[in-house]
Design a protein. Structure first.
Ligand SMILES: Nc1ccn([C@@H]2O[C@H](COP(=O)(O)OP(=O)(O)OP(=O)(O)O)[C@@H](O)[C@H]2O)c(=O)n1
Ligand SMILES: C[C@](O)(CO)[C@H](O)COP(=O)(O)O
Length: 259
């Protein structure tokens, strides 16, 4: 007897077109965390009992669009990072790789990019030091790249007035102010930063200056970079007070989630 509820070949629902471009995230996690003070490498330090880089990897894997996470581990810590990721499961849809990092953030990101399979057409770069970025921010960055932007950064307006100074030759000496940029035109930039893969690879192959983020390398190629709204909870854990804030955010989330 035939199963009448099964659609015939003629009226079968067409399959969704095969997705040929996967989205991968490179998580540079190889820094020491000097500004955080003595202790383990920053990405391995715990926030409410869970290593920071696990929070960051979960934040990326929370996006259904992300199918691969490449963690760039402290140079001598790749084995430990792999064990941590094995022990703290990511969703089944998300693969992960671990590679050892380099001397600078830029080198670490490049080592992560070198490990990407060729079918990843969209690449995000996300600091392990920004463990609490909400999934809506991750999705907004991916969406903007899918819609055609070559480089996308999440960012927030500034609360402080910013001065450009002539840096003191001797630390602690008063520094002359050179200029006060118009604050309403300034943004504090976060991660994940999202890229069309070919653009990001070209930037990393071409730009040799020291830079503090990946988007500025794309700017140096003369290509446009666009901003989408960032989020207060995507702050970077840099100094000891940031650990207190991060644990407070996690405590608030637990309360809101009702456990
Ligand atoms: N050689 C490096 C240096 C930094 N990072 C990563 O880049 C991100 C942003 O860097 P930052 O917050 O400055 O981390 P650290 O370099 O560890 O901090 P510090 O400058 O205080 O030592 C972090 O996730 C960090 O692990 C990296 O992968 N490889
Ligand atoms: C990439 C970044 O998080 C954007 O704000 C930031 O520039 C990293 O700076 P760091 O000094 O390497 O933490």
């Amino acid at each position: 007897m035939s199963d009448v509820s099964r659609p015939s070949t003629a009226d079968a629902v067409p399959e969704a077109p095969a997705v040929t471009t996967r989205t991968a995230v490179v998580i540079p996690a190889a820094g020491r965390g000097v500004r955080l003070g003595p202790g383990a490498p920053k990405a391995l330090r715990a926030l409410n009992g869970t290593p920071m880089l696990i929070h960051a990897a979960r934040a990326m894997a929370a996006s259904r669009a992300v199918s691969l996470v490449v963690v760039v581990a402290p140079p001598d810590g790749a084995g430990e990072v792999k064990s941590l990721l094995d022990a703290h499961a990511l969703p089944e849809r998300t693969d992960f790789l671990v590679v050892p990092g380099g001397e600078t953030r830029q080198e670490s990101v490049k080592l992560g990019l070198d490990a990407l399979p060729s079918d990843c057409g969209i690449v995000l770069v996300h600091d392990a030091a920004r463990p609490l970025v909400p999934v809506d921010t991750v999705d907004a960055v991916i969406e903007a790249v899918r819609e055609g932007a070559a480089a996308v950064v999440p960012a927030l307006p500034l609360a402080d007035t910013v001065k450009e100074v002539e840096p003191a030759a001797v630390p602690g000496e008063p520094e002359p102010v050179v200029a006060t940029p118009e604050r309403r035109r300034l943004r504090a930039v976060q991660t994940p930063q999202g890229f069309d893969r070919a653009t990001l690879l070209r930037a990393h192959e071409t730009v040799t200056d020291d830079v503090t983020d990946d988007a500025s390398m794309v700017e140096q190629l003369g290509l446009p970079v666009v901003v989408v709204p960032g989020h207060e909870e995507a702050f970077k854990v840099t100094r000891p007070l940031d650990l207190v804030l991060a644990e407070a955010v996690l405590a608030r989330r637990r309360l809101n989630d009702g456990f």
